[in-house]
Design a protein around this ligand. Sequence first.
Ligand code: 6R9
Length: 660
Amino acid sequence: MTEATSALDNLLHEGRAFPPSSDFAANAVADASLYERAAADRLGYWADRARETLTWDADFTETLDWSGAPVAKWFVGGKVNAAYNALDRHVEAGLGERVAIYFEGADGESRTYTYAQLTEEVKRAANAFSSLGVAKGDRVAVYLPMIPEAVITMLACARLGAVHSVVFGGFSADALRSRIDDAEAKLVVTADGTWRRGKPSSLKPAVDQALSAPGHTVDNVLVVRRNGEPVEWTDGLDRWWHDVVPAASAEHTAEGHDAEHPLFILYTSGTTGKPKGILHTTGGYLVQCAATHRDTFDLHPETDVYWCTADIGWVTGHSYVAYAPLINGATQVMFEGTPDTPHQGIWWEIVEKYKVSLLYTAPTAIRTCMKWGREIPDRYDLSSLRVLGSVGEPINPEAWMWYRDVIGSNAGKNGEKKEHPAPIVDTWWQTETGAHMITPMPGVTATKPGSAQVAVPGITVDVVNETGESVANGEGGYLVVRDPWPSMLRGIWGDPQRFKDTYWSRFEGMYFAGDGAKRDEDGDLWLLGRVDDVMNVSGHRLSTTEIESALVSHEKVAEAAVVGASDPTTGEAVVAFVILRGNATEGDDIVTELRNHVGSQIGPIAKPRHILVVPELPKTRSGKIMRRLLKDVAEGREVGDATTLSDPAVMTKIAEDMRK
Ligand code: 6R9
């Protein structure tokens, strides 16, 4: 924790705090009474929020059953349908004409779905999936670009009680297959492809390749026609979405599922090679997603236009694109493309076009925009923005201040400034936590650049030392959650032991998040990044071990060590050190070959930025690779204490090679 602590010392010289304007506070949907209510009666508070946010087909009889700890049961006995809550009930309430999704395609296409239209699409998709043999409890793999059909598919699954497993489109065929196998998916929903930086980019071939080896569980592949590129076709397996879904009936009655019925599995990197299938269930997950979406973004669904830039392949795209905004009856923007295409102002053009008022994005995107220069956003009218969210990794104070000064203060394209810039909410949470856990509340908290600050009402987080005792203000340690929370994971798919070992064995009776944190003198929380072998590259979790296994699976590699080196734009970047097998030769070719190999094993996001071929790796006498020293080298620092190495000369050689 020493590096992180010194970075934090700099942060803590950061004395600025920005209270909400009196106007904002007066009109905010959430005020300080929520904290008081939750502190007085935590379970009663969640029971109230559950009844406020969702329409239940059967009310629950018990708020929390923790007798099977660490597997929680929330809202026991309750029955609820996620899709009904996201769609039908808004139409029944007369809001059918409200826009649910403004879609901006990567090809320049714009499409609008009202709540009535989206409801109809989801009903058809649910009927279509049933006709393909999908029943309650079955798993459906989703490998789609950021298009409305992705949300439609997720909600159609939820409607039926089928469990979706979305696999990010940037993952490879191998990664897709291992996830299909692990969840034993019956149906795969995919597309021919999409566009990346203006050029067609395909998805279907990866599905073909994933299913080319026998022994899989898939009966049908449903393919959305998106970019029109030619695709291979397997009769009896592949079906076009446009043949099957529009032909299905638009009548479908949603059944209430048990509050603890599985909603989805989402794979995330852990500290070992195999990704973990994080399991979420229905009631508690939806309650915390919806409540935090309303409170954290000060959502006024009648007037706000919300835009979360996360891809559906990550948890942020699940909780804060597919579920919470629709449960809350909000209007949201969905964008298929990347921020640099067709030009570097496209995001701001979209904000101006739809008068986006609530924007939720990641620090890496903010830093990229900083690099491109403020002249670009300054050309647009961003005055509609009221709340700015950040997620995925710690946001450094420079990026936070830029977000506030350039994006949050923009009062029009003529360089006018707002008197009260939009508040920034830095939201800490994880795939495992399902929804926000630590974040300022924009109408209540005086925000501090770089800090996620306070636990959400009804959530009890703490920072503890090695032995599990709470640290004092001004000190750092490990972030834990002390009490079960509604949207907590209910396990790792098919691996209950790993669930216990990973999260519940480090500290007795507490959830161990894997992040370091510090509490400042005011008691506010500052997140310091992972304390385990998980890297955070552009807000995406990658496992050092997983990339090491991918490298070692290459025939020319004998051994590999991977570290995350700090990077000004992506947060961390993957740097690999490899030892080649005796008969392999060095050179640029091998580096390219290995990068591509990692790309095909895991996906392009996991490709190392640097691969250094080394004669040996630094190891302790007990044979543990000392990644700390490799990190020093990768970040261009003087190499730290190497006295425990079995051969200290190794580091001198590696450091020399790196400088070449
Ligand atoms: C939502 C999401 C979770 C890990 C988490 C932490 C890092 C996320 C953060 C943050 C500091 C924030 N993280 N938000 N660190 N400040 N506001 O990103 O989920 O992909 O599972 O990643 O991301 O290290 O443990 P996920």
